[in-house]
Ligand binder design. Structure first.
Ligand SMILES: C[S@@+](CC[C@H](N)C(=O)[O-])C[C@H]1O[C@@H](n2cnc3c(N)ncnc32)[C@H](O)[C@@H]1O
Length: 242
């Protein structure tokens, strides 16, 4: 892929009424055409965020893109009001303001707080920015193959373009880098359920499972980093709910 101002992206409506972006040059969408919002909720919120019962969560997303996953996570965290999150997200090709303005996520997902969708996009890059009492955003502008990942990550949203379109993101080196940055008990979710990806992530150390996918997709993948530390010697994750 080339530099951001040269990437042509088309705004498209998906089956649930939420937008996605299409990159003609790659023949690739940012989300499922069967429902962008529905897909993100299913894969990243229900199969990911809701599986991490910690009071303090360090999250790493590969590909900030439209900010859809970030907005859904922010909303879920605000509604639960019992977990703090630091949302680290890496993006090599940030979207231009006119594209961000055209996306309907603020209106559809959280109309009464659509200012927060823009706050996510307007937040400075490469520093931690407090979006609310519960949510700190850390957008990193760079190539995730080259930059150093934050450590002790509890939750990974692996949301790169598909392996057929961007194979350089789906390598053993990448899976190992993700495993290295993960804390014990960490959860990884991705929409891609290819056997090759599952075996690669497993070889990196994750315990992998195949879960039912959102509409239009048979399966998704979830990985976990096994807890090996002896109970009592290290402080366990503090559950959020009584
Ligand atoms: C499938 S889209 C992600 C969608 C995003 N999570 C969202 O909610 O809109 C993949 C994203 O990865 C970004 N990307 C591609 N190559 C990258 C790289 N080497 N490092 C970081 N981000 C990259 C793309 O620009 C795109 O935003």
């Amino acid at each position: 892929m080339k530099t951001t101002h040269l990437i042509h992206r088309e705004l498209q409506l998906t089956a649930d009424g939420s937008h996605t972006l299409f990159v003609p040059e790659m023949n690739e969408h940012y989300h499922s055409v069967n429902g962008a919002c529905q897909e993100s909720e299913h894969i990243f919120i229900r199969a990911g965020l809701q599986e991490v019962p910690k009071k303090e969560i360090q999250l790493l997303e590969i590909g900030f893109g439209t900010g859809l996953n970030a907005l859904l996570t922010l909303k879920a965290i605000e509604e639960a009001a019992c977990q703090r999150i630091v949302y680290h997200t890496i993006e090599l090709y940030p979207l231009p303001p006119e594209t961000i303005k055209a996306l309907n996520y603020g209106d559809r997902i959280w109309p009464e707080r659509k200012d927060l969708f823009f706050a996510l996009h307007e937040a400075a890059w490469n520093k931690e920015v407090r979006i609310s009492n519960w949510f700190v955003l850390h957008k990193i502008q760079g190539d995730c193959r080259l930059c150093t990942f934050p450590s002790n990550i509890d939750l990974i949203y692996f949301d790169a373009f598909a392996p057929e379109k961007q194979p350089e993101m789906w390598t053993q080196a990448m899976y190992e880098k993700l495993y290295q940055c993960a804390a014990e008990g960490a959860v990884l979710t991705t929409y891609c359920a290819k056997g090759e990806v599952r075996r690669g992530m497993q070889a990196a150390g994750f315990e992998m499972e195949r879960l039912p996918g959102p509409p239009g997709k048979r399966h998704i993948l979830r990985g976990r980093k096994r807890i090996t530390s002896v109970p009592g010697l290290q402080s366990p994750a503090t559950p959020c709910l009584p």
